[in-house]
Write a protein that binds this ligand. Structure first.
Ligand code: GLA
Length: 726
């Protein structure tokens, strides 16, 4: 096994290095290498990360130290605190005897091949004085240049120790300068980018919100080396923590001008008690690195996500009609029956019943009551959801339902019966986010309840085909009646409890598609996407806004995970709204029965058009052609893996006089030697296209000269289908 990995074990001393080393351990992917070295006094240093060398025997010649590294551990592979370290630690603990020092030294390593494409390297470290062991894991996905990194902490002291900081990864980069692209947001303003040069000191990206942790900031980020990278040029690392709760990523530009990236669960208010003999497993920090710009890096991440991470990443998705924006809480059985007919008429796969279907003593007629009482409301649904499901079956469409099972309104039977299941301070006033509180998922009884919410839906309707899992509140007044004296474990144990529930759901219902939602994009990460097929990027469905939001998300998450619904938000024409929603997983949330005949015809045709091209969008490679942040036209392209068929989406994003695509846009990702035809698709009924469908172009021409989609104020949205000529 080991011989396949070009693993190097180098004995002896190197004369040209500041510090002698006794082991060099490269972790390689198709194009890159992360190189670890062990010094003679057993410090584990990460000496290199970047493009791999042609001759792996040369890794041992990399100098492991800096001349002025006073501590000898500036570039530690996992920086411990309280001993020699002078910089931001990855791990900080209090021993059973109250001592706070830690010094982790190399013990052993293991490298194994999990498949032809995946290797797993683990390195065991140990404190020579205290019985603490930390194992670092590097899981390399070779073809996609992706690495997942995490640590496992174990202790055998005489009593409990306290983990004060317990990062997943400690990555060291070297370049002339470093450029951070980070994201911030708020409700309906998700994924706003900021790109700046990193200065000395520490820049921290973090969340302290608990549940919908990404509301103000997601854990995804990019770091460009030497200069800000562009779509197709430059060195860039994209990273994210696979964790659905509080995260913290420190980017420290150290005195030697190295960038130290330390990422993990946020230790804010989260000192964690660890008993002897128990493994504390940190979540994975995932990253990819490319020397060919952001586009290449993102395609690697997409490919990895679909192959290995997201639920059913290689399978299909359902198109749907949702009733949220057309009815809000105001519906009854008959209204839903009518919407089922509309679902059929529109031609989408599924009807999704949103919020408002439950609660009797405290009916869910607005967002002030009922959360937690998951029984059908007798007035709205006298015959239960089983009757809606039966009717859907008759109409030949599937049926899905909205739940928000981690939450409770104080006006609910659940709250009255189990106040101790609710996260709230016992001696302080309650404080609400959307009139609700969060259930304490650190408590196994609450985990059973939340699993039961899902399970009971399938008992009522075994054919239930889809779940929208919402999560609208952050955690205020963090306190768990269950955790008693271990309050600082709540943020961590909440997320672990959530994963336990999701594992149970997936064991029993392995194939049911589920959407991860949180009043928009407050919740998406690669740990959660192991259980969810898709996420809701934003409640903001104004298509102009969505172009920007979807564009930024698309660097990190493939289109197949992006639920995009056509709604009445925004001032753009229906065609523009539908075209934008097509760049992902198409859904509708409009009253189709009120559409005029042309609009209805257009939507029905659009569903057919989408069905013909959706597999290119879901499973193909994404190329960004024209950036809405800098150009008047946004242009995105998806190319199928065989390069036979592609779709190019173009949108006007500037309404100033005479804005539009003034010249050709260069296509990407085609085969230069093949011939292609281009054709405008998804035209509004009666509209004529000025794109010439007769001309045959080489891929070479389309990628060097390009085509002008002729986007302007009258043609504000244009989709072009590119097909290999026979
Ligand atoms: C959140 C979701 C919406 C909708 C409502 C229902 O805001 O983002 O899509 O489901 O909840 O209350």
């Amino acid at each position: 096994m080991i011989k396949n990995l070009r693993l190097l074990l180098i004995g002896g001393l190197l004369t040209n290095c500041a510090f002698a080393q006794k082991l060099t351990l490269p972790v390689e992917t198709a194009h890159n290498a992360l190189v670890l070295q062990v010094s003679n006094n057993n410090d584990l240093t990460q000496v290199y990360f970047g493009e791999k060398l042609n001759n792996p025997s040369e890794y041992k010649a990399i100098s492991p130290g800096d001349n002025n590294d006073y501590s000898g551990v500036y570039r530690s592979a996992y920086t411990s605190s309280g001993s020699r370290n002078l910089l931001e630690p990855a791990i900080s603990i209090q021993h059973a005897d109250g001592n706070q020092s830690l010094d982790l030294r190399y013990v052993s390593y293991k490298q194994e091949k999990l498949s032809t494409d995946i290797s797993l390297t683990s390195v065991k470290l140990k404190d020579p004085v205290y019985s603490i062991e930390v194992t670092l894991f590097y899981k390399a996905y070779i073809k996609d240049d992706v690495i997942e990194q995490w640590s496992v902490i174990n202790q055998r002291e005489k009593g409990d120790i306290i983990l004060q900081k317990y990062a997943s990864a400690n990555l060291n980069l070297s370049a002339k300068s470093y450029w951070l692209r980070q994201y911030h947001g708020e409700w309906a303003k998700e994924m706003r980018p900021e790109e700046t040069q990193i200065t000395h000191g520490i820049k921290t990206l973090d969340s302290k919100l608990g549940t919908r942790a990404n509301l103000f900031m997601p854990s995804v980020f990019m770091v460009s080396l030497d200069r800000s990278s562009t779509e197709d040029d430059g060195k860039v690392l994209m990273g994210a923590l696979e964790w659905s709760g509080n995260f913290r990523t420190d980017l420290e530009l150290d005195p030697q001008d190295h960038l130290r990236i330390i990422s993990g669960i946020n230790n804010y208010a989260s000192a964690y008690r660890l008993k002897p003999g128990i493994d504390f497993v940190t979540p994975a920090f995932v990253y990819t690195y490319s020397t060919h710009g952001k586009g290449d890096a993102s395609r690697h991440l997409h490919s990895w996500a679909r192959d290995y991470k997201i639920m059913d990443g290689k399978r299909d998705r359902l198109t749907l009609l949702n009733n949220w924006e057309s009815t809000y809480f105001d519906f009854n059985e008959q209204k839903l029956f009518n919407i089922l007919k509309d679902t059929k008429e529109l031609g989408v796969d599924l009807f999704l019943l949103d919020d408002g279907w439950f609660g009797n003593k405290y009916p869910r007629n607005d967002d002030r009551a009922g959360l937690g009482d998951w029984q059908e409301n007798h007035n709205k649904l006298p015959n239960g959801i089983a009757s809606i499901a039966r009717e859907a079956d008759k109409d030949g469409v599937k049926f899905g339902i909205w739940i928000e099972p981690e939450m409770v309104n104080p006006k609910s039977i659940l709250y009255n019966k189990h106040p101790d299941w609710v996260i709230k301070q016992p001696k302080r006033d309650e404080y609400y986010f959307r009139n609700q509180l969060v259930l304490d998922l650190s408590n196994p009884a609450v985990q059973d309840f939340v699993f039961g919410v899902v399970d009971s839906l399938f008992i009522k309707d075994p054919k239930l085909a889809y779940i929208k899992w919402d999560c609208n509140s952050v955690i205020f007044n963090a306190y768990s009646a269950h955790l008693k004296h271990d309050q600082s474990q709540l943020y961590v144990d909440y997320v672990r409890g959530l994963y336990k529930v999701l594992q149970r759901v997936r064991q029993k219902y392995p194939n049911i598609p589920m959407m991860l939602c949180s009043g928009g994009g407050g919740r998406v990460d690669y740990a959660a996407l192991q259980y969810f097929t898709e996420f809701w990027p934003s409640d903001n469905t104004d298509p102009l806004e969505r172009i920007f939001i979807q564009w930024e998300y698309s660097y990190f998450y493939p289109a197949i995970t992006s639920s995009n619904h056509v709604t009445d938000w925004g001032r753009q024409p229906l065609k523009y709204r539908v075209d934008v929603a097509m760049m992902g997983k198409l859904g509708f949330d409009i009253v189709t029965s009120k559409l005029n005949p042309h609009d209805l015809r257009f939507c029905k045709d659009a569903v057919n058009t989408y069905n013909a091209i959706k597999s290119i969008i879901w499973h193909g490679d994404q190329y960004r052609l024209s950036d809405p942040q800098t150009d008047n036209v946004a242009s995105v392209m998806y190319v199928d893996t065989l390069k036979k068929s592609a779709v190019m989406f173009n949108y006007l994003v500037n309404n100033r006089f005479d804005s539009g695509s003034k010249g050709p846009i260069l296509l990407k990702g085609l085969d230069a030697t093949r011939k292609y035809t281009i054709k405008e698709i998804n035209l509004y009924p009666g509209a004529k296209s000025n794109v010439n469908a007769e001309t045959v172009y080489t891929g070479d021409f389309l990628m060097k000269i390009g085509i002008n989609p002729n986007v302007d104020a009258r043609r504000s949205s244009v989709i072009i289908h590119i097909e290999q000529a026979q």
